[in-house]
Design a protein around this ligand. Structure first.
Ligand code: ZN
Length: 244
């Protein structure tokens, strides 16, 4: 059963629409690695879609911040402004849905095996996993062959073996080998930060043990104009064009 792996949608409906069109027919089931909302101007449609369509979801830090009362002190000015705006904009049912999202890690079990979903890392939902050394330190804590993570908005991830840790280059189909462990980041649907403005996602095929990294262009102007119309910080609109 191929899985559509989505992370960091961040209220970007234009990006999600493009991903779903691009991925149509290539998956049976949708999994989400958190940060459904925050930054983007469509938190309600995105939350409703995730609540209806995703089979499993782990919460992200923005989902917590935008639906709860927790301090925004660690957020930068733009993130804080968008979290405040999202708190005011979310409907009660959507706020409740986000509040009740499960903290990762979340194990997905199926007849062919199991794998893990987390937002940040297997040990800390808020950890930014960007360096190979950080990934290496997690090896003893990883229980599954494949763990999907998000949070950094950087497509790719890490391959962990006895010879060391290597970055996964996301421009090809990744073949899962039995001798390694994999920390795989599908990239961000709604706010890519790896210099490529296209929406990012992945398709995981358990049967063939492959992860296909994909990118798709979307209506950036449409998403950016909604951010401006909502009165959100300008940087949240302009960064979408640059993919940073
Ligand atoms: Zn995020």
């Amino acid at each position: 059963m191929p899985y559509l792996i989505l992370s960091d949608i961040h209220g970007n409906l234009e990006a999600l629409d493009a991903v779903l069109t691009d991925a149509e027919g290539h998956y049976d089931c949708i999994l989400c690695l958190g940060d459904v909302v925050g930054y983007g101007a469509d938190p309600n449609p995105i939350t409703e879609w995730v609540s209806q369509e995703a089979t499993a979801v782990v919460r992200g830090n923005h989902d917590r911040a935008c639906s709860g009362e927790e301090s925004l002190a660690l957020f930068n000015a733009a993130a804080r402004a968008s979290a405040m705006w999202t708190r005011r904009t979310l409907t009660d049912p959507n706020r409740l849905y986000l509040q009740q999202l499960q903290r990762g890690p979340l194990r997905i079990e199926e007849p062919l095996g199991s794998f893990m979903l987390v937002h940040g890392s297997p040990v800390d939902e808020d950890q930014y996993l960007t360096e190979a050394e950080e990934a290496r330190l997690l090896l003893s804590r990883i229980t599954e062959r494949v763990t999907f993570f998000g949070h950094t908005h950087l497509q790719g991830g890490f391959l962990l073996g006895t010879q060391g840790v290597h970055r996964i280059q996301p421009w090809r189909v990744l073949q899962i080998e039995p001798d390694y462990h994999y920390l795989v980041n599908p990239g961000s649907v709604g706010q890519p930060r790896d210099g490529d403005s296209r929406a990012a996602y992945a398709v995981f095929d358990m049967e063939h043990q492959t992860v296909e990294f994909r990118r798709v262009e979307y209506d950036i102007s449409g998403a950016a104009n909604k951010i401006r119309s909502a009165g959100l910080p300008e940087v949240l609109a302009t960064r979408l064009y640059d993919g940073v």
